[in-house]
Write a protein that binds this ligand. Structure first.
Ligand code: ADP
Length: 282
């Protein structure tokens, strides 16, 4: 039976590099449109294209794993309900779990607080051949920590440079670093929080502290803008992803990750000559 899968013409696929924050062009987060989209198609068609990007990602991840020389670190940040969990679920479904690890960072433990702020993150940077996804990350240490005044300003101010140096060190060690901020609007967050409260299967995700953070929305927007502007570098770029529409968000993130892996161009290791002539004995 003929396949019904849509054939996606790669030459016509859009350039999502426009969501990349250039070091020379600082952004103001409140001016970035969370509804931006170049897609008029129905959700079903966007999902079909997402499937195409997932296939690319799966193929490239197989090669990265086999090559076993380099790795990829993906940082995901968002306000509560911004869609970090959903993005991981939809973009990485089908990727071989053996080559991919997700690390979620919550409030630091006493042991973590007794070390330098990067200690707990460094332990989970990817090994050769692997993809690590940070669900929240070292950026919390210039976001929540700044907004809630958990350290003094002279401490968090120095962290931008330390983060840049940390990420630079990773890239010099063959780890490609890309960072996504999933940008939802305040109204969209309200809808999503209400939906969490209404839906018994989602209610467990709701925490009263989500409301405290929501009340600090404007402070977070400033802190996020500063983090992105100080730390979107040529070697470890930030992308601001319009995230009010989940299907578009997933498509753009999957596309950028696949493009990043494609640019890395991982290769299957060379095999010994003559293997094709070997007969396996009965
Ligand atoms: P999530 O919202 O990621 O699904 P939780 O609801 O458990 O997970 O929230 C994790 C909490 O941990 C967030 O409120 C976040 O701000 C907090 N957190 C993460 N990293 C840090 C940090 N370095 N310092 C203080 N709080 C942190």
């Amino acid at each position: 039976m003929a396949s019904k899968k849509k054939v996606v013409d790669k030459s016509s696929t859009p350039d999502y590099d426009r969501y990349r924050v250039l070091p020379s062009e600082p952004i103001i987060l409140s001016k970035q449109d969370p509804d931006d989209s170049d897609r008029q198609e129905k959700k079903k068609d966007i999902e079909q294209e997402l499937e195409f990007q997932r296939q690319r990602l799966q193929d490239l991840q197989r090669r990265l794993y086999a090559e076993h020389k380099r790795s990829l670190l993906i940082v995901l940040q968002a306000m509560d309900t911004g869609g970090k969990d959903g993005t991981i679920k939809h973009v990485f479904s089908g990727v071989n779990p053996q080559g991919c690890q997700v690390w979620s960072f919550k409030q630091p433990t006493v042991e973590e607080l007794n070390h330098d702020f990067l200690w707990r993150y460094h332990q989970h940077t990817p090994q050769r051949g692997m993809i690590s996804i940070f669900n929240r990350s070292h950026y919390e240490d210039v976001l929540v920590v700044r907004v809630k005044q958990l350290v003094t300003e002279d401490v968090w101010q120095k962290r931008y440079q330390l983060i840049n140096e940390f990420e630079h060190m990773l890239t010099l060690n063959n780890i490609t670093v890309i960072k996504f901020y999933l940008n939802i609007s305040k109204d969209e967050q309200k809808r999503r929080l209400e939906s969490r409260l209404e839906n018994p299967s989602k209610r467990w995700k709701f925490s009263r502290s989500d409301i405290d953070d929501r009340q600090l929305w404007d402070d977070y927007q400033i802190a996020i803008s500063d983090a992105i502007n100080n730390c979107s570098t040529g070697y470890a770029p930030w992308y601001i992803i319009p995230a009010n529409k989940k299907s578009y968000r997933n498509l753009v993130v999957a596309h950028i990750i696949a493009d990043t892996l494609e640019a890395m161009n991982p290769q299957y290791p060379k095999t010994e000559e003559g293997l094709e002539k070997i007969t396996i004995p009965d």
